[in-house]
Design a protein around this ligand. Structure first.
Ligand SMILES: Nc1ncnc2c1ncn2[C@@H]1O[C@H](COP(=O)(O)OP(=O)(O)OP(=O)(O)O)[C@@H](O)[C@H]1O
Length: 288
């Protein structure tokens, strides 16, 4: 069993993303208290945790967007492929290959689908790269071609999520930061998004995935970190975490000691008789 707590970066070397001892605050509010993690090149890594654990803050610290939320890095650093990106402007982080899809999609609702996609490619000067990115996005999401002239705000939640991911891919990222991509989606649409994340990764893009849906995240990722009140409470190979009795009991509501829903909405009333499919259960606080 490789599950360990608290987590330290598992892999070594400079390729991919390395977050070291990151301390982040919003004024007096400490949101991250010494978080370290690795996303090796080519990997899908998941960050799990309940509301307020610091997941979005971590992504903002990586993408350089903390200041838009009146937050700041107090100490620690972030490197990507050996180059420091903490302290770099958001556009500079994008130019270095790291692109975030923020929570809540944040598409430009009044603009068309096509205009949204073009906005994602604003920093890309190379026409060939632009055309390749467009081809890739429309291959992944044919609906975006069909709806190219439609106002983005009129699409369904799942289609808007596709557009948000497609817009991010227009910048041809090497690392995609995804904040709760399945949140609020119908199960069939959430499954479709999960499949697409796999496909995007198979095409060579690394993914750092923030998710409250533990089952989905552990199925997609090779490695996962559990954040608890701004700290890494647990980390390890996704397979090990998914098989870990405590994770299964606390986060998935599975196993002989499942606590009957005291800490996890959707856990079965009686062990072994789940009333909600495991993939629909979400993470709640690690309240030992
Ligand atoms: N703009 C902000 N100003 C002040 N405090 C903030 C701000 N954004 C987040 N926080 C605080 O920082 C902590 C971490 O929040 P964060 O949004 O990163 O958590 P999260 O794990 O993404 O939760 P959620 O799933 O609810 O989005 C929380 O205590 C939150 O209240």
């Amino acid at each position: 069993m490789n599950v360990h707590a608290p987590g330290s970066p598992g892999a070594t070397g400079d390729s991919g993303l390395t977050v070291r001892d990151l301390v982040v605050g919003y004024g007096p509010v400490a949101a991250l208290r010494g978080v370290s993690l690795r996303v090796p090149r080519g990997a899908v890594v998941a960050v799990l945790g309940g509301n307020g654990a610091g997941k979005s803050t971590l992504l903002r610290a990586i993408s350089g967007t903390l200041r838009f939320h009146r937050g700041g890095i107090a100490s620690g650093d972030v490197t990507f492929d050996g180059e420091r990106i903490s302290g770099v402007e958001p556009s500079g982080v994008v130019a270095r290959g790291v692109v975030q899809v923020p929570e809540g999609r944040r598409i430009f609702a009044r603009m068309t689908v096509e205009e949204n996609l073009r906005a994602g490619a604003l920093g890309v000067r190379d026409r060939g790269a632009n055309a390749r990115a467009r081809e890739r996005v429309l291959g992944l999401f044919p609906i975006l071609a069909e709806r190219s002239r439609q106002r983005a705000g009129l699409m369904s939640g799942g289609e808007q999520q596709m557009l948000a991911i497609g817009r991010a891919l227009m910048a041809a990222p090497r690392l995609l930061l995804l904040d709760e991509p399945t949140l609020g989606l119908a199960p069939i649409m959430a499954a479709r998004i999960a499949e697409t994340i796999q496909e995007i990764n198979a095409q060579g893009t690394s993914v750092l995935l923030v998710e409250q849906n533990v089952a989905t995240a552990l199925a997609l990722a090779s490695h996962a970190y559990v954040l608890e009140v701004g700290e890494v409470a647990l980390s390890g190979a996704a397979r090990d975490l998914a098989g870990d009795d405590e994770v299964r009991r606390r986060y998935l509501g599975i196993g002989p000691d499942a606590d009957g829903g005291a800490s996890a909405p959707g856990t079965p009333d009686a062990p072994g008789t789940p009333d909600v499919p495991a993939e629909r259960r979400t993470l709640t606080r690690w309240s030992a």
